[in-house]
Design a protein around this ligand. Structure first.
Ligand code: ARG
Length: 459
């Protein structure tokens, strides 16, 4: 396949050079964006009188046909091309002759590729935002159904205080809502047209960048041609936002994996979203959650790769920057794959409420409430804390819980105790009374659900 830059070269390109230099194996993904960008550019060239109107119209029409032909499978992208830009321009020229050769007037592949990546990533980020919204809505539904499901809340993976499963799920919903915001933010900054920056120093042609920006749906045009072609901070920002999505999905996966173990047995995954073992007939494994946890590594790796590629490049374009695409595309594909399996896994999992309730009853998670009861009787909190600590030690010695410890034992530690303590440490009451804003009470969980749904529906 011919190169676009043949003129000054006396020799044919070595195969090794083409194989190493070519980016078509990964930038062919952007064929639609490349063609749409070229359509906008050609329309602008005609409108600004840089090329003949009739030639501009021919180019625009033929590019649309090329797009259809690729989509329908009539035209195969030549994988020997240097890149997708070379392929599209070559195909256009083979169809239109000299008219096709006019397309690249007042343009460089440097501003062209900067445009294509922005268009492509904007579309992909929007798809991921949609997938995250769906997961948040699934969490809202599950949380609503479990607003009264008591479970132990943990710190240090030690049973700490009573919460509900609904509250626990809504913590992830809150994280994912911020992920959505981060992606929207990244999209807004991506929405700036770099085309018209030329190779690095703009152009002498009377181009109309505003026209191209409107044509392609950009909010504005980049303000510095060197910056327009040579920064990839929008890739870094997306890769970073996607890394944070993966941190959240990975933590959630870790919990799912623990909850599926016989040691916890808080949830049971649907058979359709679990896998078995080739040797151990009893096994039902949470492979989806494990893979999501594992795949976070490659997404973080992509971010590190991108940061490293960019950190030492002098202005403006350098070929190092071709390395941007594989990394950020892989992050996009990985996050989509993960969400595609993770969301229905959560949607279909069974919550084993009795097991959660039983675990909540065993770990003295109402000890703070017991201390608060004494505070209610007038004892300073620090003294109430100490008395309750002694009670917990006594329970452990006697193999009892705060619920089953006889009142005489309570009274022996602190005379302020009476029968009312058993009501005060009742887990349902402990949860229902945690009415503080953002707390685990059923009312608070319902408020959180409403907030999340409103946020999603507002967009
Ligand atoms: N394939 C190249 C890339 O992805 C396109 C830009 C080529 N520009 C150049 N000056 N060689 O970065």
């Amino acid at each position: 396949m011919a190169q676009l830059w043949k003129g000054r070269f006396k020799k044919e390109l070595a195969k090794e050079t083409n194989d190493f230099n070519s980016s078509i194996s990964f930038d062919s993904k952007m064929f639609e964006e490349d063609i749409k960008g070229s359509i906008a550019h050609a329309a602008m060239l005609g409108k600004a009188g840089i090329i003949d109107k009739s030639e501009s119209e021919k180019i625009v029409a033929e590019l649309a046909v090329i797009l259809d032909d690729i989509k329908s499978g009539k035209l195969n992208i030549d994988m020997q091309s240097e890149d997708i830009h070379t392929f599209v321009e070559g195909e256009l020229t083979s169809r239109l002759g000299d008219t096709g050769k006019r397309l690249h007037t007042a343009r460089s592949r440097n501003d062209q590729v900067a445009l294509d990546i922005r268009l492509y990533l904007k579309k992909e980020a929007e798809t991921i935002i949609g997938m995250l919204k769906r997961l948040v809505l699934v969490l809202c539904d599950k949380a609503g159904a479990n607003k009264n499901t008591i479970m132990p809340g943990y710190t240090h993976l030690q049973r700490a205080q009573p919460i509900t499963f609904g509250h626990h799920l809504m913590a992830y919903a809150a994280m994912l809502l911020r992920d959505i915001e981060r992606l929207e933010d990244a999209c807004a900054r991506m929405n700036v047209l770099p085309l018209g920056s030329g190779a690095l120093a703009g152009t002498t042609y009377p181009i109309d960048r505003g026209f191209v920006a409107d044509y392609l749906g950009f909010d504005s045009v980049s303000q510095n041609s060197l910056d327009g072609v040579s920064d990839r901070d929008f890739c870094l920002e997306l890769a970073s936002a996607l890394s944070i999505v993966m941190v959240h999905l990975s933590r959630f996966s870790e919990e799912i994996i623990m909850w599926c173990s016989w040691e916890f047995k808080f949830v049971e995954l649907d058979d359709a979203f679990s896998t078995g073992s080739s040797i151990m007939p009893q096994k039902k494994n949470p492979d989806i959650a494990e893979l999501v946890r594992g795949k976070s590594g490659r997404v973080f790796g992509n971010l590190t790769a991108l940061l490293t590629v960019m950190k030492g490049i002098p202005l403006a374009y350098n070929k190092d920057m071709q390395e941007d695409k594989e990394a950020v595309f892989d992050s996009v594909e990985t996050v989509k794959m993960c969400l595609n399996a993770f969301t229905p896994m959560i949607e279909t999992m069974t919550v084993l409420k009795d097991n959660m309730r039983a675990a909540a009853a065993k770990g003295f998670i109402n000890a703070t409430d017991c201390a608060d009861y004494l505070v209610g009787k007038g004892l300073p909190f620090r003294d109430a804390y100490k008395a309750t600590g002694e009670l917990v030690a006594l329970c452990i010695d006697k193999g009892l819980t705060l619920e089953t410890l006889p009142l005489e034992d309570y009274k022996a530690v602190c005379a302020l105790f009476d029968e009312g303590v058993y009501t005060a440490i009742n887990l349902e009451k402990c949860v229902n009374d945690r009415l503080s804003e953002g707390g685990p009470s059923p009312q608070s969980v319902m408020k959180q659900i409403e907030f999340a749904k409103n946020k999603i529906n507002a967009e």
